[in-house]
Design a protein around this ligand. Structure first.
Ligand code: COA
Length: 329
């Protein structure tokens, strides 16, 4: 096999120390552990505390760990892509900041914004640079500090999200391992259901936008649920059919962690048992672009060379997508 594929050759995650439990949320809003666990599957989530700390501070921990673990020096990296919905600044990009903090100098680096599908989008893009032969070592990061845009007076969203980061190293492989296929989709008509209204060019920050709480993430949960449950399952099934995979061929489903019920529906549709589904929602909640790399990090020791993985995500935009990876180590 001579076709160049982008193999994942290392994975590293980072979550902040602070644990926000359902019990603590019970003291902040009118909610309870039973509701949160039964409706979402979430028991606790991590929160990045500390003034002046942003998404890049978590991402750089994942990247530094990845470099150390894979015995890669910063000078060897050709490109770094960061998927995030909570960039440190409107500009410069968080990817630029991560490179600077990790000692990675003068390479191309940029952010991708596809909300909860961000990592699937970024991995799709990063793989192209390997497959074309242009680059030899590409880092793809998924990182979000959702606590920066979550309204902790809104019980319908604040129980869902947490902070975290994950990073993978992509390198060329000609033995059939790596990203074998990907599908990405979007529908901007989803904007009313899931968005952060102010802070961009339509509604720059004013006293009024702050008073109206427009700088927080807004989600119409039940509407998003309907789109998510259909589209995530459809796209996972689509990539399996396209690659002639049955549920039995799939070693792991690596789903975006928004709601355990959406994950179960996707697994059902794929005819994959829940014992083959990576889950970290119970301990991290929805970490947006970080959920999938954090899952891979958590389950790394259980992965075997040749395992077929289906990554699937759905998020704001709407955006959704799936990736077929043959695990390479
Ligand atoms: C947000 C979500 C968990 C809500 O679950 P749901 O079963 O749809 O619940 P609903 O929003 O219909 O609310 C049901 C009831 O619980 C209440 N409720 C909402 N949040 C609550 C909370 N944290 N604690 C207690 N009760 C709550 C609602 O007010 C409602 O009460 P009512 O029946 O008296 O009006 C679910 O819709 C979801 O996961 N949506 C999709 C998330 C997603 O995929 N996002 C995309 C990627 S980010």
């Amino acid at each position: 096999m001579s076709q160049i594929r982008a193999a994942i050759t290392g994975i590293q995650g980072y979550v902040p120390d602070y644990i926000l439990t359902n019990a603590e949320l019970e003291k902040m809003v009118d909610t309870n552990d039973e509701w949160i666990v039964s409706r979402t599957g979430i028991k606790e989530r991590r929160i990045l505390k500390g003034e002046g700390l942003g998404t890049s501070h978590m991402a750089v921990e994942a990247v530094k760990g990845l470099l150390a673990k894979t015995k890669t020096s910063p000078e060897e990296i050709d490109l770094l892509i960061c998927a995030t919905t909570t960039p440190d600044y409107v500009f410069p990009s968080t990817a630029n900041l991560i490179c600077d903090m990790a000692g990675i100098k003068a390479i191309g680096s940029f952010d991708i914004q596809a909300a909860c599908s961000g990592f699937v989008y970024a991995l799709t893009v990063g793989s192209q640079f390997i497959e074309t032969g242009k680059y030899k070592k590409v880092i793809v990061v998924g990182a979000d500090k959702m606590s920066a845009i979550v309204d902790y007076t809104d019980r319908t969203t604040c129980v869902l999200f947490g902070d975290g980061a994950g990073a993978v190293l992509l390198e060329p492989n000609t033995e059939g391992f790596g990203v074998l296929d990907s599908i990405i989709k979007s529908d901007g008509a989803g904007q009313p259901f899931l968005h952060q209204k102010a802070g961009g060019s339509r509604y720059p920050p004013t006293h009024e936008t702050v008073d109206k709480r427009w700088h927080y993430a807004y989600q119409d949960g039940p509407s998003v649920f309907k789109f998510a449950v259909t589209n995530m399952a459809d796209v996972a099934a689509e990539i399996m059919e396209k690659n002639h995979l049955t549920g039995e061929d799939v070693a792991w489903l690596v789903p975006h962690q928004a709601n355990k019920r959406i994950i179960s529906a996707t697994a059902n549709r794929m005819k994959v048992g829940m014992d083959k589904v990576m889950l970290n929602i119970q301990k991290y909640g929805n970490t947006t672009a970080a959920t999938i790399p954090l899952c891979l990090w958590d389950y790394e020791s259980q992965l075997k060379k040749g395992d077929n993985l289906i990554l699937a995500a759905f998020g704001g935009g709407f955006t959704w997508g799936a990736i077929y990876v043959k695990w390479g180590y």
